[in-house]
Design a protein around this ligand. Sequence first.
Ligand code: DC
Length: 439
Amino acid sequence: MKHLVIAIDGLAGSGKSTTGQVLARHLGLKTLDTGATYRAITAAVLNADIDPHDEDAVAALAARVHLEVDNQVSVDGHDVSDQLRSEAVNHAVSVVAANARVRSILVNWQRAWVESHGGGIVEGRDIGTVVFPDADLKLYLTADLEARGARRPEEGEASVERRDHLDSNRQVSPLKQADDAMVIDTTQRTVQETVDEALRALAASAKSEKIAAPGRGIHFEPDLHSSGFYRFCRALVYSFMWVLFRPKVTGPGRVPLTGPAIIAPVHRSAVDFGFSIFLTKRKVFFMAKDQIWKYKLLGKLLIVLGAFPVHRESADRSALDHAESVLQAGGVLVMFPEGTRQFGPEVTSIMEGATFLAARTDAVVVPVGIDGSETAWPKGQKLPRPHRVVLYAGEALSPPERTAKGRVSRSALRVMTESLRQSLQVSLEQASASARATK
Ligand code: DC
């Protein structure tokens, strides 16, 4: 599945729609309330004076009509939005929803909707089990009957209970929790708490790379040329960092004068990526949190300075694409193999991103140990304080060998990732040793 799909199933009034809408705002996705599709067909059945129990007639109508679900819901161009929650529809909808042919028509319609909307948050009864068994995240919401009845005051607890019973016990696609669904009881939870739980689960899953975010869709084309403005800003940052940190560069590693290269420093402080300008005169590209692109002007300025957006909580596919385009163009990229800021003298584990990019673009990787930045500007401190920083650039690592077919094997990637980790560890130790010696 190429689009991000989140399935939310659960009983009537369990909070599916509200949760779906808030999640959608967070993720920049559209929501589909599949209950509305069953309700719309039910309304059309009642309007056509068809007996909801007449399976053939109901299925024939469902096959014949054109359904649209948007801000309003219409059947053959006739707006039925106001009827969807009427007592008559509440009463008949579970019967119509138990019609196997109606379900098959609507399931196809729902899948087509998701395809044409580039993914979405889909809520209903059989989404995680039947409609999208491969959904990226499946939520199954529950809540006490009392709480659910209170959320549907216009319908009433008795009708909600009756529908739940019918929907859970019908023959075709009854409401059922998918084995791999995350169950959340919303009785005592606020909407935000439920949404936060879902977001955490999504961030932890490998699929989170599909998340849309403020920085998504920005136009980024690496411009390797250092404009006058770029040089001016760079000189400012350089002077500022020189005054505060007096960076000393040691080690045998060099950023090549031409061709694709990844500067891979350890990450102990927010200022770490700034030190890359002491390692090369070339323009340096880097990833910045996509949240910054909420501020359009700042986003534009950062692009000029070589930044491109990355989504905070995930291995972001579009950020990797941007990084790759920098290297394909023969540029220099700063990338922290450790991902987020770490503490202390150990490089315990690193991500495969840098190795993966090196393999795809034939870039060299320069491991860089940084000593002192953690003291100069530790996490949680508002401003940096003056403190000597020592950089140690280790020997550049060459990209992994390719097979005869031009591929890089997973084991070759793992081997290079491990040697990068070791080089980073050595570089960090060397930087610290050098710092101690110059004291
Ligand atoms: O979510 P809702 O209460 O608006 O749904 C109305 C009815 O539609 C519900 O009682 C059962 C049916 N339904 C279904 O059978 N399958 C779905 N995926 C969604 C709703």
